[in-house]
Ligand binder design. Structure first.
Ligand code: NOJ
Ligand code: CA
Length: 532
């Protein structure tokens, strides 16, 4: 018998591929365009698999590529069992998955169970069906309030701005019922009390797993279950695009039964993984999502929210670890994604922002558990906050009455090579303009530069994969000067972070990797180092 067979249950459980993987998040529209229409696609990703292999990631998370009118960048799905022609159709996905597997990388896909597109056949049917019909019963239709039903059924706002309800015109031409959309008008919420809704999701999960996909990222995994009677909510702490644990639309008890049922489907495929988007701050409530019979993993966003300050980073790390510890779950780490400003900019921008982002990359890659890298982080890309108004596509821009610019600034296409835009991302016009200043940030400019951010990530991922010091599920905190933190992994890796503006003495040990040159055993300002 081999060692794993003999090992106690706890060790066996740690043998799943996803428990210490590095996932690379691809925002498909912005990664690489293979056909010159200015929009990234699956063939473009396939062509760049060598790049991801060189970087050293274990798995790829694809943001939505299903059929979609793109009212919310693909999070408005009109057919969950087809790939949008813009991305190359189902054959392109098959080609990508096959080649990724040949290069020993896994592929997970986004699924969007909370809502569909308004172009989904179910919603189109609902519009032509009568109030109270089974077709309407797949969504959340209600009569309006007020004498003539002209007021929305409750006071819920949309996460993207404006009301969360839209009134339809009935087939006979009269003003009719309202439907709920927590996000854009084009994203009607599904009624999760209707058994057909789960059955359809199960069919979608099996459809892609049967094609060889390795799992899913579950959109709004703390949503889906709505409070009975849909009561008015408090608007006191309500902000666009922001999470608030008191928001009664999310994190309702019924959601856990949905996750148990999803898990049962995934258990039919031994290696499949589900990672949920769970915007829940309370540690105990968060942990409930990764109980052994629910999600395998849940995104913890604390590191994506925290400022660059050692004490706050330590608190975020401790909270993220304790949130999952009580249920035996695996911690997850993420500095950014397609919904938040890029870390370089959050940490102050410019050279200092890049230095800090590099330091935080070493912190997150040294922690036990799963790390998610958002495409472009490995190049140290900043947010693009001066996109022209006319280029903005995030529905938040219009729905907020043009007061919130939305998330396009972190979705600008990647610069690959050359000296001017579009830096070989496309041979056509990129769907969002790429800043000319990115000429020094292209893959070409960084790939052979030993000190580039790309090289830092590459070295970090390699060390993380091969060095025994990265083993174990715990960390110990060492004493450290104010504005700094030092911790040690069970396996022996030491990570030191200096968030002050002055150099500090390094802890004892041999330096494996540092984000700034080490001079006189000093760790520079805004830097991190790994030691053994
Ligand atoms: C979360 C996704 O990450 C975001 O991009 C999307 O707008 C919403 N869910 C709605 O699906
Ligand atoms: Ca394309």
């Amino acid at each position: 018998m081999d060692e794993v067979e003999n090992a106690p249950a706890a060790v066996k459980a740690s043998a799943h591929w996803w428990q210490k993987s590095v996932f690379y998040q691809v925002y498909p529209r912005s990664f690489a365009d293979s056909n010159g229409d200015g929009i990234g696609d699956l063939e473009g990703i396939r062509e760049k698999l060598g790049y991801l292999e060189l970087l050293g990631v274990d798995a790829i998370w694809l943001c939505p590529v299903m059929r979609s009118p793109m009212a919310d960048g693909g999070y408005d799905v009109s057919d969950p069992r087809d790939i949008d022609p813009m991305f190359g159709g189902v054959e392109a996905l098959d080609g990508l998955v096959t080649e990724a597997h040949a290069r020993r990388m896994r592929v997970i896909m986004d699924v969007v169970p909370n809502h569909t597109s308004d172009q989904h056949v179910w919603f189109q049917e609902a519009l032509t069906a009568a109030p109270g019909s089974p077709a309407r019963g797949r969504y959340i239709f209600r009569e309006g309030r007020g004498a003539d039903g002209a007021e929305p059924p409750n006071n819920w706002p949309s996460i993207f701005g404006g009301p969360a309800w839209t009134r339809i015109t009935e087939p006979d031409g009269t003003p009719g019922q309202w439907y709920l959309h927590i996000f854009a008008t084009e994203q009607p919420d599904l009624n999760w009390d209707n058994p057909e809704v789960f059955d359809d999701l199960a069919a979608t999960l099996r459809f892609w797993l049967d094609r060889g996909v390795d799992g899913f990222r579950i959109d709004v995994a703390h949503g889906m279950a709505k409070p009975a009677e849909l009561p008015d909510m408090s608007l006191a702490n309500n902000r666009l695009l922001a999470n608030n644990d008191d928001d009664l639309r999310f994190n309702n008890a019924g959601v856990h039964e949905i996750h148990r049922r999803i898990r049962k489907v995934l258990e039919e495929y031994p290696d499949a993984v589900a990672v949920g988007e769970v915007w829940v701050d309370d540690n105990e409530r968060f942990g409930e999502y990764v109980r052994p019979d629910e999600l395998h993993l849940a995104f913890n966003f604390r590191l994506a929210e925290v400022e660059f300050a050692a004490e706050a980073v330590r608190e975020a790390v401790e909270n993220s670890m304790s949130a999952v510890a009580t249920v035996g779950g695996t911690p997850t780490w993420t500095l950014s994604n397609h919904d938040v400003a890029r870390e370089v900019t959050r940490y102050g921008g410019g050279t200092v922002g890049v230095d800090r982002a590099r330091a935080m990359a070493l912190v997150e890659l040294s922690l036990p558990g799963v790390t998610f890298i958002y495409n472009g982080s490995e190049l140290g890309l900043p947010n693009v906050d001066d996109l022209p108004d006319s280029a903005l596509q995030d529905p938040v821009w219009e729905r907020s009455g043009r007061t919130e610019r939305g998330r396009d600034g972190c979705r600008v296409p990647l610069p690959w090579e050359g000296r001017q835009p579009p830096f070989a991302f496309t041979t056509g016009q990129p769907w969002l303009p790429i800043p000319p200043a990115w000429k020094s940030l292209t893959v070409e400019a960084q790939i052979e530069d030993y000190n580039s951010t790309f090289s830092l990530f590459r070295k970090a991922l390699e060390l993380r994969a091969i060095r025994p010091e990265f083993s174990g599920n715990d960390i110990d905190w060492y004493g450290s000067p104010k504005g700094c933190l030092v911790f040690r992994r069970t396996g022996g890796l030491i990570c030191a972070l200096n968030t002050t503006n002055a150099a500090i003495p390094l802890p004892p040990g041999e330096v494996l990797l540092a984000t700034q040159p080490i001079e006189g055993r000093q760790l520079a300002a805004n830097a991190a180092a790994w030691l053994v």
